[in-house]
Design a protein around this ligand. Sequence first.
Ligand SMILES: O=C(CO)[C@@H](O)[C@H](O)COP(=O)(O)O
Length: 222
Amino acid sequence: MPKAIIAPSLLSGDWAYLARDCNKMIELGADYLHMDVMDGHFVPNLTIGAPVIKSLRKATTGYLDCHLMVSHPEQWVDDFAKAGADGFTFHIEASDDPVALIRRIKSLGMLPGIAVKPGTPISSLETVFAECIDDLHMVLVMTVEPGFGGQSFMVDMMDKVREVRARFPEIYIQVDGGLALDTVDAAAEAGANVIVAGSAVFGAPKPEVVIQGLRVALEKCN
Ligand SMILES: O=C(CO)[C@@H](O)[C@H](O)COP(=O)(O)O
């Protein structure tokens, strides 16, 4: 099983103090900085693009785990690579040629991830699994409808996590949406090893306690 990774979602941070919040999360024990990129089209919310990642790159050495909730993710891959993103995860529902995009992401020096919305089955990834599993760093199983923080964790998505873990023991499986100390066990037991948590971390009086608690839950199952 791959290493346990905790990725606070900066969507729940303070955008006016983004660099400060990123560095604070790393100091408090986070592994990845989860950056929610939304275009107001693929999802009904609008956030940031590559220029913000470029500025942030100068301000933090943390791993910038970019989750592209956008239509036509191909359009942005070069910009994100130039900006200094470390990971580029896009949605299967948004891409016409996911295999080519995964290869492009990798060739640009980023780690490729592929995401599925709650209504999308893992079978939609068959072509990706067949043609470029060795290039794929991570599968992101959304545990809420993408677009907003603070929603409830969808425990029924754990069947998808189990399905991916059973087939690919070494792949990174990220879960995103509604993860907190009372929901992480279900994700960890199913085989997830990358936990995104926004409101649970940023809303806590001591974020470091939540980060550590999430890590302990993952490590119990690893
Ligand atoms: O991608 C998304 C929402 O679309 C997430 O990254 C959320 O930001 C997670 O927030 P919480 O559910 O943990 O508050």
